[in-house]
Design a protein around this ligand. Sequence first.
Ligand code: GLN
Length: 607
Amino acid sequence: MRNVVDGLIGEVFALCRENRAGELADYIPELAAVDPDSFSLCIATSDGYVYESGDADTTFTIQSISKPLTYGLALADRGLTAVAEKIDVEPSGEPFNEISLDPVTERPRNPMINAGAIAAASLISGDDPAQRFERLRRCYSRYAGRELTLDDAVYRSEARTGHRNRAIGHMLRSFGIISGDPDAAVDMYFRQCAIGVTCRDLSLMAATLANNGVNPVTHQRALAPELVERVLSVMTTCGMYDAAGDWVTQVGLPAKSGVGGGVLAVLPGQIGIAVYSPRLDAHGNSVRGVQACRELSKRLELHSLNVTRPARWATRPIAAFGGAPSRPRRGPADRDSLEKVGRRARIYELHGDLLFAGTETAVREITDQSGELEAVVVDIRRVDDVSGIAGRMLADLHDDLDRQGCQLALVDPEGLLGHTTSELVPAAGGRVFVDLDAAIEWCEDTLLERHCAGDRLPESITLAEHPLLSALTAEQFDGFAHGLEIRTVNRGETIVRRGDRAAGIFLILAGRVSSTLQGSDGAVHRITTLAPGMTFGEMPMLVDDRFLNDVHADSDVRLAVLPPDRFARLTAEAPGLKVALLEGLAAGAYAQMEAAIRSLAPRGRLG
Ligand code: GLN
């Protein structure tokens, strides 16, 4: 089914179809035999989808679009240095068929003009001419993802008339650029130019370059990544001959044209574009091809030098929300301390793709602040991709912070930075967390250990100290404590499972428990961590439902459990006690909800 992209491409297609300017190439007689109005525009994505319009399956000869492909194969066969000794990479500003070498280096100026292309053809490895051409044909076929063949009529036509190219071949021989038979090199070049392609093929060839050398449909590699960069660079500066400057300014994509009427353009990492329309301008570039690429670049914002937005980030102090700490319940001393020193810890949330520039601004800001900071949370949950350099920068930042005594908590549940999200410390002074809450809590603990002189929240409390029971009278307390079961659970054990029946109110007296959910991907997601003074299990009991998540003991845990039947009986036996308990539960629930809402409040500009 057509989608909006077909519509966008269709508009460009319709616009350019009206343009009948330009002439067929006729210096190769066979090229003048094609339908001058034939027109196709294809865009292939780097996952192999092809948008087609017009005569997408009409075969024409690749001509000079072969040049970057042969150059790539020569680089693979001989290595960068050996090829660079024969062919420069400077734009020539000359027509493609100029009989010239650079006067200083005495080398062809670049592999996109005929002199450089014939030199590149002479560098293809193989035992004999037939084998060399077969290697080249197979290489082109890997780009296209299908077996390409030679158009014999076009080949013979150029072989009969290509005296200028023969002259170039002999010039190259006399300057020692070609060491073997110059006619064999020129013949190889004529053959490569006469390989038949469709516009669809060309778009996939372009997408293969966009996809770092791997055909997006067959997944076969056509060119090594380091050579892709080289080939695209040369296409950018020299691909459109003496119109290269105009092209880079207006279209901004590495590209190559051929006198057969094809144009191939690449937006690295994104898409491949191909146009076929055989009427040519004075430079030998397809008139509609140039126009269509210019329009597409403008309308689809494809200029490769277009300033894209790198990763964005937002920052806030850890205690920005009136000291709402990670856990609803911290002791008063903890709260006071966090109120005072919470600004010594900050949260940095990074978004988008982490490339050099976005990471640079975040790292600069964190480093600038690091004199005042003792703990930093870097939250990369909304980051899509981490470039190699960004990963290194964050690792180095980690080391820098560590030297300054500043802790780094990385929230990276998907392990984008390659750490496992265990409790393990990947390097001194840092930890990786699956969720923000746990990271904040760890940073808060760091601050509290350093600054809180008062009584920290005890790791265990007595039943009487549990806040749920704080509003009870002595008599109610005794009545309540009577029916409780005290339970100890070892670290790592599961206390309840999703789907279990309601099992009463669990009051935490010592240790930590986490409620978790298993995602559809099988990964375990922590919802919240609960500490002494908090409760769980009341929800399924009050709404008469089953547990919606698992509850695990993160440490050795001591619990007091009020069973459901006992809770039910209180209505008749001790209504005042039941009301007090329900009030306590409601207060706790509202406090948690308040903390949750605050944590969702707009970030970045606060504090
Ligand atoms: N075979 C053609 C030639 O050498 C290719 C030129 C081109 O496509 N620009 O003349």
